[in-house]
Design a binder for this molecule. Structure first.
Ligand code: NAD
Ligand code: UFG
Length: 389
């Protein structure tokens, strides 16, 4: 065989083998899943977000936090890293970005494009103070709605169509009966609640227009408690709006007394009853939702689920449980009802169990024990006394 023919045959062989190799590599890339899935968590430095980051990392996910630290600080993420340990914390990255900033968010998603992309997003980022939302409605509409629109747009452009949204029991307004089931009529009593309701509608319309999306709307009842290590917890700026952080601040001496809003409700002890859910249980509900949305066998579609315990506790019962856990006395002043407060709100939890295979496990006593561990070791939150006051 002439040398030239032998060379041509060898070249053809080499080319075929390279093509075979390339096909094999492509095939492997197509069929082999990345060892870990990546979840992008907006508002991941906040109260619920930071606890969810811990549980996601513990469950083996890569986590990308996007937060503008409007109501949080990067120290919370340092605490997350410390809880999960050095090896696992390498799977957490954080970007100081405002979700309303399309270019910046685009850049974050682009960072991960070449590395398998983002598999799902949990959208915690938002403003949540009811009173402030009445005083500054445009700030709430602008931040909460714009961030969601921008986020969904950027996600779609990067081929990620799985989103979990932080909604709230506030969308039940003042429910006519309890427990609240997901098919109850919805209503909004203030601009904050309206942003939640609008976003629920926006995500529903998005899903209806393009069923390649998977959307989980999670309606939280009253998140309380802290990580059992006592290093992670809620750190509200200014005067707390909600009961548990207020009780905590009375216990550590930052406030003289708790005002109990209303003692003439048609409840056993006359005070309002709510469904307090431990924040770590809530975080686990998000891990369950991520699993549901990324399940390769069955498609989730659009799901709306309550995350609560299915039990209610009165203001006085909560204070008693906190006093027992902390050994502190909480001075109380009985005052008029707070306008817009319902007598009793709690969740029907069957759907969460049927759809997500999740249910809350911790009791109100557990909530108070962990809340006190956090409060007693961080009485002024992450930043310490000077910054808190
Ligand atoms: P949080 O304020 O502690 O956390 C929200 C985080 O989002 C903060 O870290 C904040 O800095 C960040 N953020 C706000 N706007 C942003 C933006 N435009 N871009 C980037 N980051 C932004 O609140 P949380 O208690 O952890 O609540 C998380 C979500 O759950 C919120 O959407 C809230 O409305 C919802 N929710 C909370 C409760 C509750 O009682 N805590 C109840 C129901 C629903
Ligand atoms: N309460 C007091 N004193 C206080 C604060 C609260 O007595 O200083 C009472 C309230 O009247 C209510 C109960 O404690 O009976 C719980 O009040 P929170 O403000 O802690 O919780 P709400 O259920 O009223 O509302 C909160 C958020 C809503 C959200 C809802 C469910 O503020 O936006 O939880 O997630 F929708």
């Amino acid at each position: 065989v002439p040398t030239r023919c032998r060379a041509r045959a060898a070249f053809a062989d080499a080319r075929a083998s390279t093509a075979r190799e390339r096909t094999r590599r492509d095939e492997t890339r197509r069929t082999q899943k990345r060892p870990t899935m990546r979840v992008l968590v907006t508002g991941g430095a906040g109260y619920i977000g930071s606890h969810t980051c811990v549980r996601l990392l513990d469950a083996g996910y890569d986590v990308v936090v996007v937060d503008n630290y409007d109501n949080s600080c990067a120290i919370a993420l340092d605490r997350v890293r410390a809880i999960v340990g050095d090896a696992v914390s390498a799977r957490l990255s954080a970007h100081e970005v405002d979700c309303c900033d399309a270019d910046a968010l685009e850049e974050v998603f682009a960072t991960y494009d070449g590395r398998g992309g983002v598999d799902a997003v949990i959208h915690f980022a938002g403003l949540k103070a009811v009173g402030e939302s009445v005083a500054k409605p445009m700030r709430y509409y602008s931040n909460n709605i714009t961030s969601t629109l921008v986020l969904c747009d950027v996600m779609a452009r990067h081929g990620c169509k799985k989103i979990i949204f932080s909604s709230s029991a506030t969308v039940y307004g003042e429910p006519a009966t309890v427990p609240c089931t997901e098919d109850f009529p919805t209503a909004a009593l203030n601009p904050y609640g309206r942003t939640k309701l609008f976003i629920e509608h926006i995500l529903t319309d998005l899903y209806k227009s393009d069923q390649a999306w998977d959307v989980a709307i999670l309606r939280y009842f009253n998140p309380v408690g802290a990580h059992a290590s006592g290093t992670l917890g809620e750190d509200p700026k200014g005067i707390p709006n909600n009961l548990m952080p207020f009780v905590q601040q009375v216990a550590v001496g930052r406030r003289p007394e708790l005002s109990v809003f209303g003692t003439d409700y048609p409840t056993q002890d006359g005070t309002g009853r709510r469904d307090y859910i431990h924040v770590v249980d809530l975080a686990d509900g998000h891990v369950a939702a991520v699993k549901k949305l990324t399940d390769s066998v069955s498609k989730a579609g659009l799901i709306t689920v309550n995350l609560g315990t299915g039990k209610s506790t009165s203001v006085l019962e909560l204070v008693a449980a906190f006093e027992k856990a902390s050994g502190k006395t909480i001075p109380m002043k009985m005052v008029d009802r707070r306008p817009g407060d319902a007598a009793e709100v709690y969740a029907k939890t069957d759907k969460a169990f049927d759809v997500l295979g999740w249910r809350a496990e911790r009791t109100i006593e557990d909530c108070c024990i962990d809340q006190w561990k956090w409060a007693s070791t961080n009485p002024y939150g992450y930043a310490g006394k000077e910054d808190a006051e």
